[in-house]
Design a protein around this ligand. Sequence first.
Ligand SMILES: Nc1nc2c(c(=O)[nH]1)N[C@H]1C(S)=C(S)[C@@H](COP(=O)(O)O)O[C@H]1N2
Ligand SMILES: [Mo]
Length: 318
Amino acid sequence: MIPIRSSEITPESVYLSRRKFMKGVAAVALSSAALAACGSSPAAPPTPDPAQGTPVPPKASATTDELGDALTPFEAVTTYNNFYEFSMEKEAVAPLARNFQASPWTVTVGGLVNKPKTFDVAELERKFGEEERVYRLRCVEAWSMVIPWLGFPLAKLLKEVEPTSKAKYVRFETLFDQKQFPGQRSPWYSWPYVEGLRLDEAMHDLAILSTGLYGKSLLPQNGAPVRLVVPWKYGFKSIKSIVKIDLVEEQPTSLWMDAAPNEYGFYANVNPTVNHPRWSQSSERRIGELGRRKTLMFNGYEEEVASLYADMDLRKFY
Ligand SMILES: Nc1nc2c(c(=O)[nH]1)N[C@H]1C(S)=C(S)[C@@H](COP(=O)(O)O)O[C@H]1N2
Ligand SMILES: [Mo]
């Protein structure tokens, strides 16, 4: 039996507090409607740049994803967050994350590899570069955003450390630090947050390690300084603030599989035909829009990733 928290729509409490959620969504929808009514693009308002003390507007080179869907405003991307290490309350995450120390920061890559190595984040960026990738993020709670990430393919890092022939999966771990992450004092979850991918999934070009969004370094609420982004899977697979990456032989057990094995599987591919035990996955609410839109198979990346699962029953391996 898992504990139920009556706050937002969360992976473990979707049916509670629907009223409060609707209030939040209406506010976001209103603010972007107001922007659109003024004839301006849905660009975000300026945010203070701590280095300069003057507001620098966040910018992305793209304005839509490849399907023509508008970017979700920076404001929403950075204030409506799931990051349980800070809070289970989406709007509480950003304020609590303000003083998070994301530097210095290292990522230790090891396990079944020929060349284990600890990387400084700056070194990761230098070595593997930074490109913009506009991806849809589809949360298992049935809301979604379109986010212009900055990052590099995870495959580049994996090739660098040379997985051995025994390596079958990649296991990711978030920082464990109860001083900085008050949520990690909660006994209901097996901290630190852990996620995993099959090695071929991890090697797919769409899977990136992200160090920024909207042309700027990641803010703590989005997983600074480095987080995973796997756009064809539910958002919870995209683990934040990573300190450890291990190549392993056995399928890792993620925090969510551990917390509710009947609700969250290892694969967690976006699939409108397989419902969550407590709600439908056939449609979603795009943050900033009124009404719902149909959820796309593999979140719209079917052409790119379906071959990874050609011989699998996707109803069984959810
Ligand atoms: N460490 C960690 N990573 C996490 C989470 C979390 O609570 N802790 N939440 C996940 C969930 S449920 C989602 S939907 C996305 C949200 O990412 P965003 O806040 O940057 O949009 O982060 C994922 N990564
Ligand atoms: Mo999520």
